[in-house]
Write a protein that binds this ligand. Structure first.
Ligand code: CBF
Length: 827
C-alpha cells in the first residue's frame, strides 16, 4: 500500500489572502445564495441573505481558524481551557465582520442588491446560553483570548433552549421557551469524531493485589454520549481564531428496538429522552442553588467530556500526563464545573495509573477557580446521597481529598470549628458536598472578580481556607470587550474618537486616555453630546415600536438593566421614581429636570419577590405614564426580554447608569463598565467594581452614595427593621404608602403587601437605610444635567478613563499570574 500523501488543508499556511473588495464579496454572496442555499437571488428572503452573508464571512474565518490551530499545535504552547456552564455570546455575525474589518465592504456589497447590512444582522438569533454577568463575562473572555493571542478553548453546553424569552402580560413576567436553533446554526460544526462516553451511577469495584495500593474501577450503570460542536471565535483583526466547543448529549442507543418491537413505543424512547434532557435547557437561575439531579448531571456531563477531550489532545502531542500542568491550564468558571477536580483525579489514578500524591500535584497545578458571588444561596452544595448515587467513585475521591485537607489543617493547629468550615462535607445541613471548598482545594489559584469582592472572600466564605493556604487567593477584576461594547454597539462614538485621537485605541483601548483633555474642548463636547443624543433617539424608537411609549431624547435617560434581584435593588429605584412622581405633582411650580427611568431584566422563574418587583415596575409605569399632571417630566419604562442584543442598543443611550446594589453583594458587575465606557455617569454604591471605577474615573465623575460594605454588616448586627426610617422620612413614607394602598394596582390593592412589609420588618437589603442618600444624589444629578457642559465633560472623562476595564487587560492578568500562558510564554 502506498503512503497516504500529505494533504495541506486549504488555508493552513494562511491566511491565503481572500479578496475583500465589495465586488468579490457581492459575487460570493450570490454564489452562496445559489449553490449553498439554492435560491435565486431575486427570490431570496431576508433570512436567505443572513445565511449567505454568514457563509461568506465564515469561509474567511475557516482559513484563519486552520492557521491558528496549526500555529498553536506546532508551537507546543500551553493551552488554556475555560470551563463554563454558560456562554452568553449573543449574535456573532457583527462581531465577526467587525473583527475581520469587513463592515464597509460587506455593506457596500449588499447595497448592490438593495439589502441593508444592519437589517441582515438584526435577523440573527441571540445565542443566549447564559443567565447574566457570569455567562457574558465568559463570552467577553473568549473574544479577548483570541484578541490577545492566548491559545484558549472554551468548553460548555450546547443547550437546545437557552435563556427563556420574557413577555410581560398585564404587568407580570411570563416565561416562554427560547428556540435559537430552529433555523439551524451556521456558526457551529458538529464533530462526531470528538464523541465521548459519559457514565452515571453504578458501582465501584475495588481490586487488591498484594503489596500494591487498591485499584478502583467504576462501572457506571448508565452511559450517554457527549458530541462536540465547535464555533470559531474571531479575535481582533482576525489574527487568531479560537474554538468554543459545546457538548450535546445523545443516547448510546437512539431507540430501544426490543421495546419498540414489543409495542412499547414510548418506552423505546425513554433512554434517549433521558440522555438528551441533559443538554436541553439552560437553568434560568443566576444565583440560586437549583439542587436538582439534572443540574448535577449537566455539570458532570460537560466536565467529564471536556477532561476526556483535553487528555486525548494532550496525549496526542505528549508521551504522558506527567507534564499536563505545564501544557494545560484549566479555569473553572465558578463552582459549576468543580466536579472536574474529582474527575481528573479519577482519570489520573484509576485510568492512567498515577499514584495519589502525584495525581493531586498535577491536578492542583492544572486548575484555577474563579468565584463570582458571595451570596450563600449560590454556593453550590449537593446532598451526599444524590452525589453518591450519581457519581459513586467521585464521591470516594472527594472523601479522600477531604481527609488529606483535614489532616493538613489539624497538623497546622486548626481547631474543630475551623476544620468544619474547611471541610468539603457540610455535616450541618443533611450532609452535603461543598463545591466551593472542592474547587478551592483543587486549584493552585483562586480568584475573585473585583478588589472588594476578593477581600470579602478572604474575610467571609473562604476565611478558614484562606488561613490554611495564604497565597492562594488573588484578585482579577472583570472587564468587557471594547470591540462589542464600544466599536460595534456605538459606531458613532467610535467614529468621533477615531477622528479626535486617531485609531490607536482600537488596538489598545487604554489609549482612550488621549481623549481626556477633550473634556475641556467645547466643540468636542457638543459632538460627543450629539452622538449620545442620536443613540438615545435610536433607543426611543425601539421603545416606541415595542411599547408604544413616546420618549423625549432630551430627558435624562436613567437606566437600570440587569438580572432582577433584591440585592441589585431595582425596588429602591422604583421607590425613588414614586417619590419623584409625588413631588412633581405636589410642586408643579418647581423646575424639574425631565427624566426617563428605564428598566429591563429577567427574574428567575421561581424567585417570587423578583417577579413582584417586575410587576411593580410595570404597574408604576402604567400609572405615571398616563398621568397628565406629570407633564412628561417623568416616564417609567420596563423593556421586556432583556438580552445581549438589546443591551447593545441600551448601553450607548444612557446618561445615567444605576449600579445601586447593597454594598458587599455585587461581586463585580460588568454592565457598570459597559455604560461608563459609553459615556454614562454612574450613580452607585461602593460595591464590586464600582470601587475601582471610582479610582479610575475620579470622584468628581461618579456619584457614590449609601452605606459601605462594613456599615451594612454593622447595621445588620444592630437592627433589621426599616420602620423607624420610614416613619421619620416623609418622602419614603408616602411612596411606600402609595404602594401598600394600591395606588398602582387598584384592581388588586394587596398585591405588594409582602414586598412592603419586608421593608418595615426586615430591611435586609438596606433600601430604607440608603433611601435618603440615594434621593439626595439623584437631585444633585438633576441639577448637574441642566449644566450640560459640565455633564458632558464628566461623560467624556468616563469614556476616556475606562480603558483599564477591558477584558483584554483581565485576560492578560489571568495569563500572566494564573495560567502562565499566552504570547511569549513558551511552556
Ligand atoms: O463575574 C461576573 C459576574 O458574575 C455574576 O453575574 C454572577 O453570576 N455571580 C455576579 O453577580 C456579577 O457581580 C459579576 O460581575
Amino acid at each position: 500500500m502506498s503512503a497516504t500523501p500529505k494533504i495541506e488543508p486549504m488555508g493552513a499556511k494562511v491566511p491565503e489572502p481572500r479578496q475583500n473588495d465589495p465586488d468579490t464579496l457581492a459575487r460570493q454572496i450570490v454564489e452562496k445564495m445559489t449553490y449553498s442555499i439554492c435560491k435565486h437571488p431575486e427570490q431570496a428572503r431576508k433570512y436567505d441573505w443572513l445565511r449567505a452573508v454568514t457563509l461568506v464571512v465564515r469561509d474567511r474565518i475557516i482559513d484563519r481558524w486552520f492557521a491558528s490551530t496549526d500555529r498553536i499545535r506546532q508551537s507546543k504552547d500551553k493551552r488554556v481551557y475555560y470551563l463554563s456552564m454558560e456562554f452568553l455570546i449573543g449574535r456573532l455575525l457583527r462581531d465577526a465582520i467587525n473583527n475581520l474589518q469587513l463592515t464597509g465592504a460587506i455593506r457596500e456589497a449588499l447595497k448592490r442588491y438593495n439589502v441593508e447590512l444592519d437589517m441582515v444582522e438584526l435577523l440573527e438569533p441571540d445565542a443566549a446560553l447564559g443567565n447574566g454577568g457570569l455567562g457574558r463575562l465568559a463570552a467577553c473572555f473568549m473574544e479577548s483570548m483570541a484578541s490577545t493571542g492566548v491559545p484558549g478553548v472554551g468548553y460548555g453546553i450546547r443547550y437546545v433552549h437557552g435563556f427563556f424569552r420574557q413577555e410581560i402580560a398585564e404587568g407580570a413576567q411570563v416565561e416562554l421557551p427560547e428556540t435559537w436553533l430552529v433555523h439551524g446554526n451556521p456558526w457551529e460544526f458538529e464533530r462526531r469524531d470528538s464523541t465521548y462516553e459519559i457514565g452515571f451511577g453504578g458501582k465501584v469495584l475495588t481490586q487488591q493485589e498484594p503489596g500494591k495500593p487498591p485499584r478502583h474501577v467504576w462501572r457506571p450503570a448508565e452511559r450517554v454520549l457527549a458530541v462536540a460542536y465547535d464555533t470559531p471565535i474571531v479575535g481582533w483583526r482576525g489574527e487568531q481564531v479560537n474554538t468554543l466547543r459545546l457538548w450535546s448529549a445523545q443516547a448510546v442507543d437512539p431507540i430501544l428496538l426490543d421495546a419498540f418491537n414489543s409495542g412499547d413505543h414510548i418506552g423505546a424512547l425513554v433512554e434517549s429522552n433521558k440522555a438528551e434532557a441533559i443538554t436541553r435547557v439552560l437553568y434560568p437561575a443566576d444565583s440560586h442553588q437549583a439542587g436538582q439531579e439534572l443540574r448535577l448531571r449537566q455539570e458532570y456531563f460537560f466536565s467529564a467530556a471536556s477532561l476526556q477531550d483535553i487528555i486525548r489532545r494532550h496525549l496526542g502531542e505528549n508521551d504522558s500526563l506527567d507534564n499536563l500542568a505545564d501544557k494545560v491550564a484549566i479555569q473553572l468558571n465558578d463552582t459549576h464545573p468543580a466536579v472536574s477536580v474529582a474527575e481528573l483525579m479519577r482519570l489520573l489514578v484509576d485510568v492512567h495509573g498515577y499514584e495519589w500524591g502525584k495525581a493531586w500535584e498535577i491536578t492542583r497545578a492544572t486548575f484555577g477557580y474563579t468565584n463570582h458571588t458571595l451570596l450563600p444561596e449560590a454556593l453550590e452544595h449537593w446532598p451526599i446521597n444524590l452525589f453518591e448515587r450519581l457519581l459513586p467513585r467521585q464521591m470516594q475521591i472527594i472523601y479522600q481529598i477531604n481527609a488529606d485537607v483535614i489532616r493538613e489543617a489539624s497538623q497546622k493547629g486548626f481547631d474543630g470549628s475551623q476544620i468544619s468550615a474547611i471541610s468539603l462535607i457540610d455535616e450541618g445541613h443533611g450532609r452535603r458536598v461543598r463545591m466551593g471548598q472542592l474547587a478551592f482545594v483543587g486549584s493552585h489559584a483562586v480568584n475573585g472578580v473585583s478588589a472588594l469582592h476578593t477581600e470579602l472572600m478572604k474575610e467571609t466564605v473562604f476565611r478558614n481556607l484562606h488561613d490554611l493556604y495564604r497565597d492562594r487567593i488573588q484578585n482579577k477584576t472583570n472587564g468587557v470587550t471594547p470591540r462589542r461594547w464600544l466599536m460595534e454597539s456605538n459606531p458613532g462614538l467610535t467614529g468621533l474618537l477615531t477622528e479626535a485621537i486617531g485609531p490607536g485605541f482600537l488596538d489598545d483601548v487604554e489609549k482612550l486616555r488621549d481623549a481626556d483633555p477633550l473634556a475641556g474642548d467645547a466643540g468636542f463636547r457638543d459632538r460627543f453630546a450629539a452622538v449620545k443624543r442620536a443613540n438615545k433617539a435610536r433607543l426611543a424608537d425601539v421603545i416606541s415600536d415595542r411599547l408604544a411609549i413616546t420618549l423625549d431624547p432630551d430627558a435624562i435617560f436613567d437606566i437600570q438593566v440587569k438580572r432582577i434581584h433584591e440585592y441589585k435593588r431595582q425596588f429602591l429605584n422604583i421607590i425613588e421614581a414614586i417619590a419623584l412622581y409625588n413631588q412633581i405633582r405636589a410642586h408643579p411650580e418647581k423646575d424639574w429636570t425631565p427624566r426617563v427611568k428605564i428598566f429591563a431584566g429577567k427574574a428567575a422563574p421561581s424567585y417570587v419577590q423578583a417577579k413582584e418587583i417586575i410587576h411593580l415596575a410595570n404597574d408604576v409605569a402604567r400609572v405615571i405614564n398616563s398621568d397628565p399632571s406629570v407633564r412628561d417630566l417623568l416616564k417609567v419604562v420596563f423593556i421586556p426580554n432583556y438580552n445581549v442584543s438589546l443591551a447593545e442598543i441600551i448601553m450607548p443611550a444612557a446618561d445615567l447608569s444605576e449600579q445601586i446594589s447593597t454594598a458587599g453583594l455585587e461581586a463585580s458587575g460588568t454592565g457598570n463598565m459597559k455604560f461608563a465606557l459609553n459615556g454614562a455617569l454612574t450613580i452607585g454604591t461602593l460595591d464590586g467594581a464600582n470601587v475601582e471605577m471610582l479610582e479610575h474615573v475620579g470622584e468628581d465623575n461618579i456619584f457614590i452614595f449609601g452605606l459601605k460594605a462594613d456599615e451594612v454588616a454593622q447595621r445588620r448586627r444592630e437592627t433589621h427593621s426599616g420602620r423607624s426610617i420610614i416613619e421619620r422620612t416623609p418622602l419614603l413614607r408616602e411612596a411606600v404608602n402609595a404602594i401598600s394602598t394600591g395606588v398602582f394596582c387598584p384592581e388588586s390593592p394587596a398585591r405588594y403587601h409582602t414586598l412592603v412589609s419586608s421593608l418595615y420588618n426586615n430591611d435586609w437589603w438596606m433600601i430604607c437605610a440608603d433611601f435618603e442618600a440615594y434621593w439626595e444624589t439623584q437631585r444633585h444629578l438633576d441639577e448637574l444635567f441642566l449644566r450640560q457642559d459640565e455633564w458632558q465633560a464628566k461623560a467624556i472623562r468616563n469614556t476616556a478613563r475606562m480603558g483599564w476595564f477591558s477584558s483584554d487587560r483581565s485576560i492578560r492578568e489571568y495569563a500572566t499570574d494564573i495560567w502562565h500562558a499566552g504570547p511569549g510564554k513558551r511552556a
